[in-house]
Design a protein around this ligand. Structure first.
Ligand SMILES: NC(=O)c1ccc[n+]([C@@H]2O[C@H](COP(=O)([O-])OP(=O)(O)OC[C@H]3O[C@@H](n4cnc5c(N)ncnc54)[C@H](O)[C@@H]3O)[C@@H](O)[C@H]2O)c1
Length: 336
């Protein structure tokens, strides 16, 4: 039985839901930063016996697995401490704030020799797995263009629930860090190629936001961004992220090859998905709830299991390189 400590009671709740569905794991601790009442409520709901506001409690011998779902500026230090103690580590995306610190975390993971995973969960949606298989086995011919879009509205309007997300030193970036890294990873993973960023543009839509309590939060990270990238083999990639599109949520990847075109669209909320293809007989749909729980594959590393979908920390580092490059190419400007 793997005993987990989950750090962060925001998206950390999703990790608790995944872990609850794994008979081979149990969560013994939920660490929060500010809101004990919320953490206690979530802990009760998921049967977690202990809550704490001290991250050091996660390093107790009582826990084998550290799940990091705290703001991005905390990832590297927690990951390295946990790895140094021989714990398995699952870390939310982006892996860290910078390429340099991500490289350090990858070195720590290699030295520890324990399983580790960056939470790029979209690899575990069968629609993206099918797309990857179609590219890998040549059904599209030579892939010449990839177009990736992740549009969301969780920051539509001038208020925000996340003061840390609007400061580069806490979040690494804005929409490129929120949604862009998922697309960078899907691009790398589905095509098996490395990409260089050739250009990018980004903008801040709300330069002053307010918290739910009404305090002002300067918006210093991009709300909208687009990137142009290319692989050494010549494949061109266009990537766009928006986090302010009221009423609109969509994750879509289109791969255009010399023989065929495939487009995958997944609803980020329900994970209902569809694949449309110009290859005869290759279209498909998936019902709501089709995103697989990433934990069973990860936990199977315990018994020698290897699953090519597991995004280890080197995948996190590869996405971090694209993130840092995209941000460097595009100082965010205010949109009118
Ligand atoms: N994989 C995904 O699709 C996905 C989705 C959402 C968020 N995330 C990632 O999850 C992470 C957290 O984002 P979020 O949306 O949950 O943010 P959030 O602000 O909702 O939650 C952050 C949590 O961390 C806690 N926290 C803050 N400081 C802490 C500290 N010093 N010690 C312990 N806990 C502390 C807060 O109390 C809160 O519970 C980020 O890395 C984000 O990118 C990933």
């Amino acid at each position: 039985m793997m005993r987990a400590a989950v750090i962060g009671a925001g998206f950390g709740e999703q990790h608790l839901a995944w872990l609850r569905n794994c008979p081979e794991a149990e969560c013994g601790l939920l660490v929060y930063g500010q809101n004990r009442e919320k953490a206690e409520k979530i802990a009760t709901e998921y049967g977690v016996p202990r809550v704490s506001d001290d991250v050091r409690d996660a390093f107790d011998d009582a826990y084998d697995l550290t799940v990091i779902a705290a703001p991005v500026d905390l990832h590297a230090e927690i990951a390295e401490e946990a790895l140094g103690r021989g714990k398995w580590v699952v870390c939310e995306k982006p892996l860290t704030l910078t390429v340099e610190s991500a490289e350090s975390v990858v070195r720590a993971a290699e030295a520890a020799g324990v399983p580790h995973m960056t939470m790029f969960q979209w690899r575990f949606h069968p629609a993206f797995g099918t797309l990857r298989d179609m590219i890998t086995d040549g059904r599209l011919g030579r892939v010449v263009h990839m177009d990736l879009q992740f549009h969301h509205d969780f920051l539509a309007g001038p208020s925000t629930a996340f003061s840390w997300r609007h400061t580069k030193s806490r979040a690494a970036a804005g929409a490129f860090a929120d949604q862009g890294v998922h697309l960078f990873d899907l691009l790398n993973w589905t095509t098996g190629q490395e990409y260089a960023i050739l250009g990018a543009a980004s903008s801040i839509v709300w330069p002053i936001r307010t918290t739910r309590e009404g305090s002002p939060v300067p918006g210093r990270t991009e709300d909208v961004g687009s990137v142009l990238a290319q692989s050494p083999g010549g494949t061109i990639a266009t990537i766009s992220v928006l986090r302010v599109t009221g009423g609109h949520r969509r994750l879509r990847v289109t791969a255009s090859g010399t023989d065929a075109v495939v487009s995958v669209e997944v609803c980020p909320d329900t994970s209902e998905g569809r694949l449309d293809s110009s290859v005869a007989g290759e279209s498909a749909t998936w019902p709501a709830g089709s995103l697989e729980n990433p934990y069973p594959a990860f936990l199977a590393s315990n018994t020698g299991g290897t699953d090519a979908r597991i995004p280890d920390f080197s995948a996190g580092l590869a996405a971090q390189r694209l993130l840092e490059s995209a941000a460097a190419h595009s100082p965010a400007v205010l949109s009118e």
